[in-house]
Design a protein around this ligand. Structure first.
Ligand code: PHE
Length: 465
């Protein structure tokens, strides 16, 4: 593609600031909130993990999100080219382009397993819709029955592959057509609908006898349960859930109109994302405790708890199917943002058409997904990660590597670039924060607080602090 054509391509913009908020929220809200947040909270013992996660969102997530949007809008290209261009403009090394590369790699790896889990969600949509969980006994299924169904499901790689394939096709089709047109329409209705359905579930959960115990589990921190890998996971969860550290938010920022407020939109997105995660936790843990289930069940947690609730609820088949369907949509809008930086870069630099670029990126991710599929059956193995036992082999390796290491490392470099490399007047001009002291606060956070915290957490894990 010629430079001029590339310019035209990336200069496409969201039709308003509101659409950017929807799209970025669509990226942020996904399996990370409804599937990953509850299960990692369960694994790391509840309240203390939740508190550290919230602190990470506030002290690291929001400043880094503002930085990413700001860099994206100033560069107006795919993350790799944006970083190269901005580094040139600041007289810094072209090596900063590698930050974009790190993001592209993270995007591939994350999407490869994300799509497999989204496939589980698709399968559970079909199962709930066809009444699988409400059939056997009046009053729904037993916990053992639901567990057996899940265990049987993941032991079948062909089935997992079929669902993964279907989800990848869905993703690739939207991305090939161009993110703006497809996404704008999808997020407008689906995000609010998912939110309302979560409230319905919370309403149900409040009436189970596990509610008080769940609130205590989630909101009374017990720091004796928290370990170094737990702190790392809480920080990784903040990055993963907010879609930070790999260029997804950066590229969405590149489509943001110049007059939109970066600070206001970032805070709105982070707040919405965090609210959805907390609601998911409040919906799921009462079901866990009311049925005597194991909070630390791992990635299977929501697939073993929610069907129980839907099995018992009036209209449960309907609500259950709708819930899993909306979760598929939420995962879909996130998956799109995972692959978009790669596709934009291939189209800008390699003269590929958007459709070709999407096909290539989609195929690579699809093949990588097989690693995750086999992690739950034939290749299953366990290992110890700084004293934590992980049971799902390569899936856990990928998860730790991407969410807990690559995204925070990307975040450290984004903070260093925005706070130390970029001239203050440039970031000040691009952010255009009107609230007095607002810019200074961001500058202080992104320069000192966020990078120091991130480096501290990573070194703490290695036992160096
Ligand atoms: N934030 C998404 C979720 O919570 C996942 C994601 C991570 C999307 C990184 C883009 C980039 O499900």
């Amino acid at each position: 593609m010629t430079e001029k054509a590339a310019k035209k391509y990336v200069h496409a913009q969201w039709s308003s600031r509101w659409v950017f908020i929807l799209a970025a929220t669509g990226s942020a809200v996904g399996l990370g909130n409804v599937w990953k947040f509850p299960y990692t909270t369960g694994v790391y013992g509840g309240g203390a993990f939740v508190l550290i996660y919230l602190l990470c969102v506030a002290a690291i997530g929001i400043p880094i999100m503002m930085a990413e949007v700001m860099l994206g809008r100033r560069g107006r290209q795919s993350p790799i080219n944006t970083m190269r261009k901005l580094a040139r403009a600041e007289g810094a090394s072209p090596l900063w382009g590698y930050l974009g590369w790190l993001g592209v790699l993270s995007g591939f790896l994350i999407l490869s397993y994300y799509s497999v889990i989204a496939g589980w969600t698709l399968a559970y949509f079909v199962r709930t819709a066809t009444g699988v969980f409400s059939v056997p006994v009046a009053g729904g299924m037993t916990p053992d029955g639901v567990q057996a169904i899940f265990a049987q499901f993941v032991s079948n790689p062909e089935a997992l592959l079929a669902w993964h394939t279907l989800f990848m096709i869905l993703t690739v089709v939207v991305v090939a057509r161009g993110v703006q047109s497809g996404l704008e329409k999808a997020v407008r209705w689906l995000m609010p609908a998912l939110f309302i359905l979560l409230l319905v579930l919370v309403g149900y959960a409040m009436n189970t006898d596990g509610f008080a115990q769940a609130m205590e589990f989630l909101f009374r921190p017990d720091f004796s349960k928290i370990t170094a890998p737990g702190v790392l996971s809480a920080m990784g969860q903040a990055f993963f859930s907010l879609s930070l550290g790999m260029g997804a938010i950066m590229i969405y920022g590149s489509y943001l109109p110049s007059n939109a407020s970066i600070a206001g939109t970032s805070v709105t997105i982070a707040a919405a994302d965090t609210l959805v995660a907390l609601l998911a936790g409040i919906a799921i843990f009462p079901i866990v405790f009311a049925n005597g289930l194991e909070p630390a069940a791992g990635p299977s947690l929501i697939f073993q708890t929610l069907p129980l609730a839907f099995g018992k609820m009036a209209g449960g088949d309907f609500f259950g199917a709708l819930f899993f369907l909306l979760l598929v949509f939420a995962a879909w809008t996130s998956a799109i943002s995972l692959i978009e930086p790669v596709v934009a870069w291939m189209a800008e630099n390699h003269g590929l058409t958007r459709v070709m670029a999407t096909a290539v990126a989609g195929t690579i991710t699809w093949v990588l997904g097989i690693v995750t599929i086999l992690s739950f059956n034939h290749w299953k193995f366990s290992f110890s990660f700084f004293g934590d036992v992980k049971e799902n082999g390569m899936f856990d390796v990928l998860d730790i590597l991407t969410a807990n290491i690559m995204l925070p490392v990307g975040g450290i470099f984004i903070a260093i670039f925005a706070g130390w490399i970029m001239k203050r007047r440039h970031s000040e001009e691009e952010m255009a924060i009107r609230t007095p002291g607002g810019y200074d606060l961001w500058w202080f956070l992104v320069r000192f607080v966020s990078p120091v915290l991130m480096i501290f957490v990573l070194l703490h894990l290695l036992g160096l602090f």
